[in-house]
Design a protein around this ligand. Structure first.
Ligand code: 2M8
Length: 441
């Protein structure tokens, strides 16, 4: 890509992040579709800001952690705005203020999202060597992330294996991924189990690119279950039908642990606890989640005691966390290369197995390319020195944004995407902008 083009994308991306910032304090993923502050979106946003306005980067994380609960849990949405912005479930749905350990001054959701904040903090720190303000910020912020990780090991790991469970598909960040299809089919919703509710997402984005109404019923069912247990992980573990040790979620935890260890040793902080967590987590992830017949890692369904053996993008983020041996890493790299070389012309990296009959190139987490996932996969491939594949993952993404705009997700089929001339879901999307900023900085 030419220097002029890179400059153009950099300027557009920074403009999007500035435009999506509300009250100068927090950035919404998309002003229309997601009008509050989201957990892992804001992690990527902070990394994007760190390239041109590090004060905003730090402010973004501070605002997000205003929503942190007393037990360390970081909710997936922080509702700084009390207005009903046309999003379901909005601030009043969760009833977080009825929970004694939730913040008093701001409403939040009761579920969490992939813990990216440790390595985001490391990115910000590394981008600003010698900046005393950044150093002070990182030192002050470190215990908040440590508390978050402690929460996962204490409340979300009933067998003390070193892997955290999630109890809602939204917590995986990959809402309607085919990973969850079979498991959610086991949940029978009876009349009266869920309250009436109204979706807005499928009015604002093309419904064929969004989760189905059936998916939403399950989301509400599981939120109701969480609410009944005051979102207490230990209680939820006892009777929730959806209890999953997810690949992406735990890879993010492990990579963020590693970041805390590295930052802690640079800043003279105590890293003993996080080192112990991480040593166990890395081993359990590699041993328990690898499925030889799939030649990949797969999430583990704790209630039914089985792997969810499907080829899906979360597994590939294990590379960024340094989990696989060189041999397993090569297997993962070969798979990505095979998709890039398909005769029917695919950009990498689709979020789900294109050869599976559930694959859907348009529908949300059932196949499209997602910006932040390409960033994570790129980092992992680079870590293992798979330079060519890493470059492909990066250039395919930048080409999509350059040709089609800053969308939420994209069609991986070259012929379709190039003819369509647009991406899917929301536009002027924050994490798309953030990833562009980091890739071309
Ligand atoms: C999507 O999820 C939200 C619920 O959290 C939704 O569909 O309403 C997911 O892509 C999630 O990973 C993302 O954080 C969120 C905001 O971009 O949107």
């Amino acid at each position: 890509m030419s220097i002029e083009n890179q400059e153009k994308l950099f300027n557009q991306a920074s403009q999007i992040l500035n435009d999506n910032t509300w009250d100068g304090r927090y950035t919404v993923p998309s002003a229309n579709l997601y009008p509050y502050q989201w957990n892992w979106d804001s992690g990527f946003v902070a990394m994007g800001f760190a390239h041109f306005d590090v004060s905003r980067a730090m402010r973004e994380l501070k605002s997000l952690f205003e929503g942190q609960w007393a037990n360390g849990m970081l909710p997936h949405i922080v509702f700084h705005s009390k207005k009903r912005e046309g999003y379901f479930p909005g601030p009043s749905y969760w009833e977080s203020k009825k929970v004694a350990i939730a913040p008093r001054h701001v409403g939040t959701s009761g579920i969490t999202q992939p813990p990216v904040h440790g390595f985001i903090l490391e990115q910000i720190f590394n981008l600003h060597p010698g900046n005393e303000e950044v150093k002070d910020f990182v030192t002050a912020f470190y215990p908040k992330i440590l508390n978050l990780h402690r929460y996962f090991y204490e409340y979300r790991d009933p067998n003390k294996e070193g892997l955290a469970f999630i109890f809602h598909p939204w917590a995986s960040g990959r809402d309607n991924s085919p990973l969850w299809d079979d498991l959610v089919k086991t949940i029978q919703i009876k009349p009266g189990d869920i309250p009436p509710y109204k979706r807005y997402d499928n009015l604002k984005a093309d419904p064929s690119e969004r989760p189905s109404d059936k998916d939403y019923d399950i989301y509400v069912y599981l939120m109701e279950l969480g609410k009944r247990h005051q979102y207490d992980g230990k209680e939820i573990a006892k009777d929730c039908p959806f209890l999953v040790q997810d690949t992406l979620f735990n890879a993010m935890l492990i990579r963020s642990n590693e970041a805390l260890i590295k930052l802690g040793s640079k800043l003279g902080l105590d890293t003993k606890e996080v080192e112990e967590w991480n040593a166990q987590s890395k081993i359990t992830f590699d041993q328990k989640l690898w499925v030889e017949s799939l030649l990949s890692y797969a999430p583990y369904d704790l209630q039914n005691d089985r792997h969810i053996a499907l080829k899906e993008i979360g597994a590939f983020t294990s590379l960024y966390a340094g989990i696989p041996s060189d041999n397993r890493a090569s297997i993962l790299n070969d798979y990505i290369t095979s998709i890039a070389n398909r005769p029917d012309g695919f950009r990498v990296m689709p979020s789900f197995d294109p050869d599976h009959n559930i694959f859907d190139a348009r529908r949300y987490w059932k196949g499209p390319i997602w910006p932040q996932m390409n960033w994570l996969v790129h980092q992992g491939l680079a870590r293992y020195d798979f330079k060519e594949t890493a470059n492909q993952v990066k250039s395919d993404f930048l080409e999509l944004v350059d040709n089609l705009g800053f969308h939420e997700y994209f069609d991986p089929r070259k012929s379709v995407a190039d003819q369509l001339k647009h991406g899917y879901g929301g536009n002027h999307f924050s994490w798309t902008a953030a990833v562009v900023l980091d890739f071309i900085a």
